[in-house]
Write a protein that binds this ligand. Structure first.
Ligand code: ABU
Length: 857
């Protein structure tokens, strides 16, 4: 009984509603029908969609029974100023509007900001601006259009997918794009992606030039379609399209948006625009439900689209707002359901149709009803977040051959990217780099320099080894024995180290690269090996001249002449070399400990390789070993070495005429020191000051210096010895050893003095002979006198006279003997040779022989 009564009542009310005059509920709507001065011309498709929805709602008996919805609409042209005027029309021209529908962000912004004053709820079907999500600024705004921010995570996801670490935003100065760009930047920054931003108002030409200057490659464009065409045309003219560039545009432009309409007077043909548009990507929220389930209107998304398409005579791809039409259709359903809800929720004495612009109760009820709206629309599930936004998936498309192809979908909520791997790139290569690829080119030592140097270094080291073996084999020969072979071995080690250091100094070379992790070792190895090599080689020579000088400077002539003939302990040389090495060790140790060498890169201007098709530039990089206080350390080491070189040169000069029997090669050592000093003192400033940064020249200079110094030093020290050993048989050495002889090659001065003394010697010899003859005569006479023995007196007288003469002659003999002994000593002092060399005593054969060794030196 109760059930049948209820049915009767419901049916009765429906019949009443159908037969009674329906109450009209008025709404106001703004539609951007064309975008004369830019903006979104979405009204073209959205107005028919809204009208379709009003018709459908009005035909439904279960929604708003007894009411019809009526809309007053204006063409806002997406211009906020015009929209304000239209708002006043809505407000001040009857009938009272219950709600306002808006499209296009700038228009929605001004209307939604003002509407609360008149207690009006605004529902936007086409406002994408993220700024519209601000509840404080737009307290009564809801929208079926998703916020433009929804696409930003999608864009970033694509950037990451293609490994782009840098992109540029080019945007028109409109709030909708500025706020979108800010959000995009913030997300990118969090992901470590660098973003540059360029904005323009109206004419993008200057901004495009800046993009070109900045070498922008991945560009996200945020602007309305009119500006998009200008940008594309400029991109064509500035060459910012093609293989090296990827453009991201907004996805809600019409499919053929890039064709230039004649009224826009673009300086580009359709072909040029198409060429520039090829392979760009678009992102846009999904606005049409692909579900097969019917929406609240009993239509599926596809069915809605087909029905709407029938409204248009032309290709829907070119109809403005066609993609957003489902949003507009669902917006009407949302407001109808909200009216229905409000009607049911209002106190019985308040009717919906009695709404006035100061009726808070109806306004609040309506606001709550819209807020709680939830239904299946043709655009998908329709419900609003607290900020009044719609949540939706994003669709990514790419233009391929003038047609948009779906690349995938991105779900902002879950962060899932569904990608079909259908993307294409010009020339079939992969995604282009996000900027010019700058390839570092380490400035290495050319093979033409490195390998010849290595050849001569190896040769030198081999020579050192062979010389060592050779001298060891002939170590008994005087020429080796008396040349301080231990000291000379240190020279060989030092030279080998210096030569070996050239291997390291030339690295990295064209063929041999050095991993960056090994560079600190390489740096330290280079410095220390060359340093110790120099100290060993130069130190051993320095030790010789030092000792020769010390002995030459002894004031005690007796001691001096004895020392010159005595063997010298190798320890003396070791001590000097060890002292010099200790200084090196100390300096190196402190250097490495407190200010170690590390790899630094000096960068040189970029250049494009001539034969490269790739988008790359070369940056020459000079890899250097550097420590923070490099100059100080170099100064300390160079200063010490320079002092040593200068002092060594001075000692060599001082001792040029001094010879020790057991440093038989001091003169050649002196010459080697001159050579090393000159070469080093010339090369050091050239390398450090003049050719710094020129890898090959630097290496060539250092190598030549090291090679010349080592080859000449080894040649001077060992050349004559080897020659002597080969030419002179060991028996000649024996003679010399026994006879203790051996004049060296004398200087002219020595020769002169030698000749003078020899003459003096001869004179004295003659005098001695004369005196001996006289003594002989005296003796004979004495004997005669004795035999005669005439008188004792006479005898005594004669004897007394003879004794006097004899004493006189004895004195003369003594003087001559002393001279005979002294001359060779003087000679030794002058020539550094053994006294025996100038003995005129024919009986002493050994002493008269001249050693070949001594001739050699
Ligand atoms: N999808 C059209 C959005 C237009 C606008 O926000 O102004």
């Amino acid at each position: 009984m109760f059930v049948s009564t209820s049915w009767l009542l419901l049916w009765g009310s429906i019949v009443w509603a159908a037969t009674a005059e329906p109450v009209t509920l008025h709404i106001g709507g703004t539609f951007p029908m064309e975008s004369g001065s830019g903006g979104w011309a979405g009204g073209e498709a959205c107005l028919p969609a809204v009208q379709m929805a009003l018709e459908d709602v009005n035909n439904r008996l279960d929604i708003l029974p007894g009411y019809v919805l009526n809309m007053t609409n204006h063409n806002s042209q997406c211009q906020p100023g015009l929209a304000m005027q239209q708002l006043y029309d809505f407000l001040y021209k009857p009938p009272t509007k219950l709600m306002l529908l808006t499209g296009c962000s700038p228009v929605t912004t001004v209307i939604a900001e003002a509407a609360p004053v008149w207690k009006l709820v605004v529902l936007s079907y086409g406002g994408s601006s993220p700024a519209l999500s601000n509840r404080n600024r737009f307290p009564t705004l809801f929208r079926t259009h998703p916020s433009a921010n929804m696409q930003n995570p999608t864009r970033i996801h694509i950037m990451e997918k293609f490994k782009w670490k840098r992109f540029t935003i080019l945007m028109s100065v409109e709030e909708v794009f500025v706020t979108t760009a800010k959000d995009l930047e913030a997300i990118a920054r969090k992901k470590g992606i660098r973003v540059d931003r360029q904005s323009f108002y109206g004419d993008p030409t200057d901004a495009m030039k800046t993009l070109q200057r900045q070498d922008a490659r991945i560009i996200v464009g945020l602007f309305y379609v009119t500006e998009a065409r200008k940008v594309l045309c400029q991109a064509y003219h500035h060459g910012l399209y093609g293989r090296r560039y990827v453009w991201f545009f907004i996805g809600w432009y019409a499919d053929t948006w890039y064709y230039p309409p004649p009224e826009e007077h673009l300086n580009c043909t359709a072909e040029q625009m198409a060429a520039a548009a090829e392979y760009h990507f678009t992102t846009e929220s999904v606005m049409l439900s692909r579900d097969n389930l019917p929406a609240i209107s009993d239509m599926t998304g596809m069915q809605f689209q087909e029905r709407l398409t029938r409204h248009f005579q032309k290709e829907t791809a070119n109809v403005g707002g066609f993609p957003e039409a489902p949003l507009a259709y669902d917006a009407v359903w949302a407001l109808a359901l909200a009216f229905n809800c409000t009607r049911n929720n209002l106190p019985s004495h308040i009717r919906l149709e009695n709404f006035s612009y100061d009726n808070k109760i109806i306004a609040d009820t309506l606001f709550q009803c819209v807020k709680n709206t939830s239904f299946r629309g043709v655009s998908g599930k329709v419900m609003f977040s607290d900020s009044g936004d719609r949540i939706a998936r994003t669709q990514i498309e790419q233009m391929q051959g003038g047609k948009y192809k779906i690349m995938g979908y991105y779900d902002t909520t879950s962060g899932d990217l569904e990608w079909y791997n259908k993307e294409q790139w010009l020339n079939g290569r992969g995604p282009p780099p996000d900027s010019t690829v700058i390839k570092k080119h380490a400035m290495t030592v050319s093979n033409e320099f490195y390998y010849p140097t290595i050849f001569f270094s190896v040769l030198g080291i081999l020579a050192c080894v062979l010389i060592y073996i050779f001298t060891q084999k002939h170590r008994e020969r005087l020429v080796i024995f008396q040349s301080q072979p231990e000291c000379n071995n240190i020279l060989l080690i030092g030279c080998s180290l210096c030569l070996f250091s050239l291997f390291l100094i030339g690295l990295p070379s064209d063929d041999i690269s050095v991993p960056e992790s090994l560079f600190p070792f390489l740096c330290h190895a280079r410095v220390t090996i060359l340093l110790f090599g120099f100290t060993f080689a130069y130190g051993s020579m320095f030790a010789k001249v030092w000792i020769v000088h010390r002995m030459g400077a002894t004031e005690n002539q007796q001691l001096a002449s004895r020392q010159k003939d005595e063997p010298i302990s190798p320890t003396k040389f070791y001590v000097i070399v060890a002292a010099l090495t200790a200084v090196d060790i100390f300096v190196c140790f402190v250097w490495i400990l407190i200010d170690p060498l590390h790899l630094t890169e000096q960068k040189f201007p970029l250049f494009t390789p001539a034969d490269s098709e790739e988008d790359e530039m070369i940056m020459p990089v000079l890899q250097q070993c550097q420590s923070n206080q490099q100059e100080v350390w170099i100064g300390i080491i160079m200063g010490f070495k320079c002092l040593l070189l200068v002092f060594g040169t001075f000692l060599s000069y001082e001792t040029r005429n001094l010879k020790l029997r057991f440093i038989n090669d001091s003169r050649f050592v002196g010459l080697a020191i001159y050579n090393v000093a000159v070469m080093t003192l010339v090369t050091a400033p050239v390398v450090t000051l003049l050719i710094h940064g020129k890898v090959d020249a630097n290496f060539a200079f250092i190598s030549l210096t090291v090679l010349i110094c080592t080859y000449i030093s080894v040649g001077l020290i060992y050349g004559p010895k080897i020659r002597h050993i080969i030419k002179v048989p060991p028996s000649a050495d024996e003679v010399q050893q026994n006879g203790n002889t051996g004049p060296a090659v004398m200087s002219k001065v020595d020769q002169k003095r030698y000749d003078m003394l020899r003459k003096e010697n001869e004179t004295l010899q003659k005098q001695i002979e004369e005196k001996e003859r006289k003594i002989h005569e005296c003796r004979e006479r004495l004997e005669q006198l004795t035999m005669n023995s005439e008188t004792e007196d006479m005898n005594a007288q004669l004897l007394s006279g003879s004794n006097k003469q004899l004493a006189e002659d004895n004195m003369t003999y003594s003087t001559a003997t002393t001279l005979t002994t002294t001359i060779p000593l003087i000679d030794l002092q002058l020539n550094g040779t053994h006294p025996g060399q100038i003995y005129a005593n024919d009986n002493d054969d050994d002493r008269s022989s001249t050693s070949s060794d001594e001739i050699l030196l």
